[in-house]
Design a protein around this ligand. Sequence first.
Ligand SMILES: [Zn+2]
Length: 310
Amino acid sequence: MTTQRRKRGELRRNPLNGDWTVLAPERGERPHGTTGPCPFCPGPGEDTPPETWRLRDPDRDEWRVRSVPNRYPLSERHEVLIESPRHDWDFRTATDDEAEAVLLAWQWRHLALREHSAQVVVFRNHGAQAGRSRAHPHSQLVGLPVLAPSARRGLELSRAYYRAGGRRYLDDQLDIALEAETRLVLISPHCVAFTPFAPVVAFETRFVPRLARADFAAATRTEIADVARSLRRVLQALDDELGDPAYNLVVETAPTGWERAAFLSWSIRILPRLEITAGLELATGIPVVTTTPEHAASVLRDRIGARLRA
Ligand SMILES: [Zn+2]
């Protein structure tokens, strides 16, 4: 039995297929209620481990985004990125500058954590159904000491795809979405959002940069600003259509050491949590999705269009 002990989370490996599981019993003790002052809000009730990084607000004498170690870590390098001093802040109601600051923070902290990790995962859980335990807006970065099987598989498949046709998989997916138009959600100067041909959940949306790069942290400021604005518009559309649904947002980017791989492209996925995973999915790993990506894209396009006209 392979085990790898860490300070908090413990990695255990399934002896048959080699898949990893993180055991983090301390996380079961995480507070889920809203009793007491919010530890992430600035003021006398603020209570976090010592800050690892902050982005200052140029206009005011305070921070705009800050990162702290997670009190209930999944690995030795697990940070919480507090996205705003405001408790009621959210992407969909944010200004473009505020949304951009969060994406820039993801880039900075990704760079900082990757030095000692095989892979850094950036994600945001929105809503209790998506696993969020604190109401204050935040995202998380986890540096893993090993490459997740899905990341390893992604590397192998992307490389094989590139070798076979000389093109990145996501570049082709982008072209197909642009050509057919039925799964397009939004076109922007530096990125395109579309629903995938075979989504894993209803309303799954993927943001792909027009200029493919393996490494999310290498995207330029202009690109990041455009992606942030696009993300905000799609999250607004999801809210308009579904009433503030719970979702997981994941930044997919190159594992450490693969930042310059020609066959990889970073992207951002939004995975709404509208349905509960049931027996068939758990038994087979095959998702059952009740909304077609064509329908989801058309509905989101309409919602974005309606806001632009308003
Ligand atoms: Zn708060």
